[in-house]
Design a protein around this ligand. Structure first.
Ligand SMILES: O=C(O)C(=O)C[C@]1(C(=O)O)C=C[C@@H](O)C=C1
Length: 263
């Protein structure tokens, strides 16, 4: 399994999985900051803007990048899921030696469609400035970087669910047998943890996204600016990203996984 946690299922603990989620926060925030260096650049998403591609420039970049990454084994990791899965080439590397940690049901849960939709329809307009600077290739590859980091974080829900199930099967089994989504959602939800996550990512976005200036009067100038202009990505947008999309979708992955955990 992933580098952040040990490969042996018996050493998988909730604490370790949560540590991995915390590290992934950094990646997500840095990638949003990278994407925010470019304006929206809408021609990158227009299927008719570049007749040399059959779809949009973005779709082309996603398909070709994922094809290369597939050949070098990216999708051998259960938490890495392609956005363009049609006719991906197989991995050219030997399969991973680690024994599988997850129930095979994980392979049937892929919510990348939902992730793609919220990213382009709702999130991107909240942190990318309007405009067009012509950097379509960089824009598309930065979008894919953001999507991959967010998708990996959300599908890490498999491991969170597995470890919770292993820690207390007696709590989860009745709800699984009854296929009780609501009951499972209640069991796996920790409101206090979610509040901490939102606060921490907001703070990280402030720290990672500060404008650094060597000018003496930099603070005064910053004070006069609107909070959302002071940081490369508005920290409140990052907190909202977690509160409205990342954590609810991580929980959805957990519920879907648990529903199939006894199959
Ligand atoms: O840490 C957990 O227990 C998780 O399930 C992860 C997570 C999250 O996505 O950050 C999701 C649900 C919980 O309510 C708290 C946090």
């Amino acid at each position: 399994m992933a580098a952040e946690t040990n490969s042996k299922s018996d050493t998988l603990t909730l604490e370790k999985v949560r540590e991995a989620l915390i590290k992934q926060e950094d990646t997500i925030i840095y990638r949003l900051i990278q994407r925010a260096n470019f304006p929206l650049n809408s021609p990158a998403y227009d299927e008719k803007a570049f007749p040399s591609f059959s779809g949009s420039l973005l779709q082309f970049v996603v398909k070709e990048t994922e094809a290369l990454q597939s050949k070098v084994g990216r999708y051998e990791n259960p938490e890495e899921l392609p956005f363009s899965p049609e006719s991906l080439p197989p991995s050219l590397l030997p399969p991973p030696e680690n024994p599988p940690v997850l129930h095979p049901a994980a392979a049937s849960i892929n919510i990348n469609g939902k992730i793609w939709d919220f990213y382009f329809d709702e999130l991107l307009p909240l942190f990318a400035a309007t405009g067009d600077d012509g950097s379509y290739a960089s824009t598309a590859s930065n979008d894919l970087d953001c999507l991959q980091a967010i998708s990996r974080r959300i599908h890490y829900g498999y491991y969170v669910a597995e470890v919770k199930f292993k820690d207390s099967p007696q709590d989860y089994e009745p709800a699984i047998r009854a296929q009780d989504r609501e009951g499972l959602m209640k069991l796996l939800t920790f409101v206090d943890v979610e509040e901490k996550v939102k606060k921490r990512v907001e703070k990280k976005a402030m720290v990672f996204g500060q404008e650094v200036s060597l000018m003496d009067n930099a603070n005064t100038r910053t004070d006069q600016r609107n909070v959302s202009e002071t940081y490369k990505v508005d920290p409140l947008v990052v907190s909202r990203l977690y509160g409205e999309w990342i954590m609810p979708l991580t929980k959805l992955v957990q519920v879907e996984y648990l529903l199939r955990r006894l199959d």
